[in-house]
Write a protein that binds this ligand. Structure first.
Ligand SMILES: *Cc1c(COP(=O)(O)O)cnc(C)c1O
Length: 372
């Protein structure tokens, strides 16, 4: 069997007619930038997340940039975030001249450890940026109350957790600003790069709206620095179609995760399984486990046609471009996790036979290596 890490062909077959009709419509009306699908998509995103405002933008990375520019983050400032994430968080902080302050993660959820944040706050701290890694939101309540007490805004990076729930509320609506990505492999993907920012604050919204279009207040009146950060009308048309299937896809992802949970449970002495807190759901951007001898595990699965991936092989503080640019105390949990995590194939339309084969192969690996 040859298995894809992510396979979205069934999803496309399901939506094909609708997507083609919507794209055809965009090509006919010809408003490729800020066409009517853009605001329709933003309204749908607001409804889905229960946010007051949503702005689509060019990528998840640009969503973080737009949010931080709107909060006037710049040289000398510090932003507290996770060391165990995709590079975009630290990248945009450094690009603005600010310093990423890295706080270690929880052993079981891989999200920033909220209890370690306060000691890293200084007068320079301008934002706290938790990341919902693998599809589960970080512990937002203590983070938000700390933020409220200290007057520091919270930017939620929901690139992987879009659609997840925290105390019954949707990711992206949990703090001052929510940022997400519509990169094709994310839980809600478009057919290229894309992202969005969310807020309930109308002043922040207006700033982000201006920043998205070159800091423009009115046509050719540039009030502030901005970027070319819009999302194409065509991508919004695709998202409108994909959003109709998304709630069902979240359930399908959770079903795939449950099958992994049940199938792998018997090896839980040798696999650290994903942990989802009681007050949360995960959209399983990744199904990530920990094993000893990860390379041997991956090589075995690869020889059986099963691809795996490592999210992420290094802490941000270990990346060459960031070593000298970040602040942190010690990050033992990150340093252990980066050598042990491995993500299994995960997508909503995974067939039961495919998943049985993956689980069976992992079982044969552990049974075969017993006593070795
Ligand atoms: C993917 C991702 C981003 C960046 O999103 P892009 O759309 O690829 O720019 C940011 N943060 C996290 C946690 C991500 O997974």
């Amino acid at each position: 069997m040859n298995i894809d890490f992510i396979d979205l062909k069934v999803q496309y077959e399901d939506l094909k007619e609708d997507i083609q009709r919507r794209l055809d419509n965009v090509m006919s009306h010809g408003q490729f930038i800020m066409g009517p699908e853009v605001s329709a998509c933003e309204e749908a995103l607001c409804r889905f997340t229960n946010s007051e405002f949503a702005l689509t933008c060019s990528s998840g990375t640009d969503a973080l940039l737009i949010a931080m520019m709107a909060l006037d983050i710049g040289p000398g400032d510090e932003v507290i975030t996770s060391p165990f994430t995709f590079v975009a968080n630290a990248e945009m902080i450094v690009l603005l001249g600010a310093t990423p302050v890295l706080v270690d993660i929880e052993k079981d959820t891989y999200n920033i450890d909220a209890t370690l944040i306060e000691e890293m706050i200084t007068p320079r701290t301008k934002a706290i940026m938790p990341v919902g890694l693998y599809g589960q939101v970080a512990d937002m309540d203590p983070i938000n109350s700390l933020a409220e007490r200290t007057g520091i805004p919270v930017i939620e990076d929901a690139a992987q957790s879009f659609g997840a729930l925290y105390n019954g509320k949707r990711s992206c609506s949990l703090s001052d600003v929510g940022c997400t990505s519509f990169f094709p492999a994310k839980p809600l993907g478009c057919y290229g790069d894309g992202g969005a920012v969310f807020t309930n604050d109308s002043i922040l919204m207006e700033k982000m709206n201006q920043i998205r279009t070159h800091g423009q207040e009115a046509r050719y009146q540039h009030r502030r620095l901005g970027i070319n950060g819009r999302l194409d009308t065509m991508q919004c048309a695709i998202l409108l179609s994909k959003l109709s299937r998304f709630p069902r896809e979240i359930e399908m992802r959770q079903l795939v995760a449950k099958r992994y949970d049940m199938g792998l449970r018997e090896f839980s002495d040798r696999i650290q399984m994903p942990v989802i807190r009681d007050n949360r759901t995960s959209v399983y951007a990744q199904y990530t486990i920990q094993v000893d001898e990860r390379e041997r595990f991956q090589t075995f699965l690869k020889s059986k046609g099963i691809p795996t991936a490592i999210h992420y092989p290094m802490g941000i503080h270990q990346q060459q471009a960031y070593r000298e640019k970040v602040k942190f105390k010690e990050l033992p949990v990150t340093e252990r996790a980066k050598d042990r995590v491995v993500s299994l194939p995960m997508y909503p339309d995974m067939k039961a036979e495919t998943q049985d084969y993956i689980i069976g192969t992992i079982a044969s690996y552990f049974k075969g290596s017993k006593g070795i």
